[in-house]
Design a protein around this ligand. Structure first.
Ligand code: GDP
Ligand code: IMO
Ligand code: MG
Length: 442
């Protein structure tokens, strides 16, 4: 039995979907614990591509229970579409459960998300426009609608009549947008409620029950460490806690019941949306990474910004998540390069800096200090063991592991399940050893 958290170590899109699907083979339960339909997790199985936004990436295994936890925000319209698409493909959704305390994204959340981005102009965040920030804002402001509210028709009517009138003032007066008709929204959402009712339960009870039965639980993070509301590149972040700590809050399971944290990182870096990105590449090499890596957003189709691997944020992600081991994905994307740069530290105003600076203004001034490694200039997508990799690729991986001080458990060399090297058993194999500053194990 092992309860494992899978998290993104960069700015999202690291390949969490592929790695979660891979690990789901030995999981009984897979839990999404934060985020909403801003996420886009891709899984490729036997040439067929699945793009999941809210449903956990364990859904392709018929016996695996999939849980959408209390820390997520749910856009019922998108979720129902996702359910319909899976069912059309004969993927059973009978084992899906949805937390009754997860918050619901409403039409005014999507409208406010888009309108506030426009108002911000040059200061925009580059959100996915899916209403994520406004849904979490209402949760904090205590005006949110939860799944259990959706299930209670009379209560929902009363709550939405008040809330929509309140939101209409904001839509009309602040954003110059047409008001919403409360009755239309209420009827629309009561329709969604009927479709989703069979899935809605107290999922924290289900998760605890799975722990007591010694089931294997996998927690699937969305977004990534640098998009975390508290630990990321604020304000250019999402509105939830993708870091490993978020898995406990967002599922209702205590931290003593977590056994392991697995990070996922690309062999280079990408970012969608605005915000500083020290290793970003604007020229030919950036385009090559974008083309070879097919770096277009799974949710919005936006072009992802591409850059070299950044070991400063890698080290930061290891620390903030208490990462035990890491999966390095998309190594194959680097196959053609003659030389590869790795950012080993930053320079800020002439001073060397080894650590991720928490101030956004400082981070924007960071210049990468690179170490250049030779490329391997041959295809790696067929490799299934470390021994089959060209020596330069092996050296590259060793260098990343050393810089981040974390063992690499998985190397991914293509989108499909089989394009993977399992270096160590990610769940039961060796963990990162914590060392005292004097070098002895803690
Ligand atoms: P997620 O949000 O972290 O699940 O990642 P996305 O699905 O948004 O983006 C990762 C993309 O890379 C998807 O299109 C995957 O199919 C693809 N992918 C995953 N691993 C690999 C890999 O090792 N090599 C290549 N070339 N593509 C990969
Ligand atoms: P997955 O789970 C990459 C980014 C957006 C924007 C910022 C805030 O597929 O890795 P939001 O809509 O959340 O308020 O946008 O966060 N973002 C992601 N970037 N992958 C994601 O999810 C993301 N989800 C949000 O581009 O910069
Ligand atoms: Mg994605």
């Amino acid at each position: 039995m092992a309860n494992v958290i899978v998290i993104g170590a960069q700015w999202g899109d690291e390949g969490k979907g592929k790695i979660t699907d891979l690990l789901s083979r030995s999981a009984d339960v897979v839990v999404r614990y934060q985020g909403g339909v801003n996420a886009g997790h891709t899984i490729v199985v036997q040439g067929q591509t699945f793009k999941l936004h809210l449903i956990p990436s364990g859904i392709l295994y018929p016996k695996t229970e999939c849980i959408i936890g209390c820390g997520t925000v749910i856009d019922p319209q998108v979720l129902i579409k996702e359910l319909d698409q899976l069912e059309k493909l004969n993927i059973s959704t009978a084992n899906l459960l949805i937390s009754q305390t997860a918050h619901v994204t409403m039409p005014y959340h999507r409208m406010i998300d888009k309108a506030s981005e426009e108002v911000r102009g040059n200061h925009k965040i580059g959100t996915t426009g899916r209403g994520i920030g406004p849904t979490y804002a209402d949760k904090s402001e205590r005006t949110g609608i939860r799944m259990l509210d959706l299930m209670d028709a009379d209560g929902l009517r009363e709550q939405l009549e008040w809330t929509i009138n309140y939101k209409n003032t904001i839509l009309e007066k602040l954003y110059n947008l047409p008001p919403l008709d409360p009755q239309v929204v209420i009827e629309e959402y009561l329709g969604y409620a009927e479709r989703l009712r069979p899935f809605v339960v107290d999922t924290s009870l289900q998760i605890y029950d799975a722990v007591l039965r010694r089931r294997n639980i996998l927690f699937e993070g969305a977004q990534g460490t640098l998009l975390d509301l508290d630990h990321g590149t604020y304000p250019y972040v999402t509105s939830s806690n993708p870091v490993a700590g978020g898995a406990c809050v967002g599922s209702g399971l205590g931290p003593t019941m977590i056994d392991r944290v697995i990070g996922v990182s690309k062999a280079y870096t990408t970012r969608v949306g605005e915000g500083p990105f020290p290793t970003e590449l604007h020229g030919e090499i950036g385009d090559l990474l974008g083309d070879r890596g097919a770096e277009f957003g799974t949710t919005t189709g936006r072009k992802r910004r591409c850059g070299w691997f950044d070991a400063v944020i890698g080290r930061y992600a290891v620390r903030i998540n208490g990462m035990d081991c890491i999966a390095i994905t998309k190594l194959d994307v680097l196959d053609e390069l003659e030389e590869i740069n790795v950012c080993v530290a930053y320079e800020i105003d002439g001073e060397r800096c080894e650590h991720f600076p928490t101030s956004a203004r400082m981070f924007a001034r960071c210049r990468p200090i690179y170490k250049t490694l030779p490329g391997w200039q041959m295809s790696t997508s067929h490799c299934r063991t470390l021994e089959e990799l060209p020596p330069q690729a092996l050296d590259y991986l060793r260098f990343l592991a050393e810089l981040m001080d974390v063992p690499i458990a998985i190397v991914s060399l293509g989108a499909s399940r089989d394009q993977t090297i399992i270096v160590e058993d990610p769940i039961h194999g060796p963990k990162r050893a914590l060392l005292h500053p004097n070098g002895t194990p803690v």
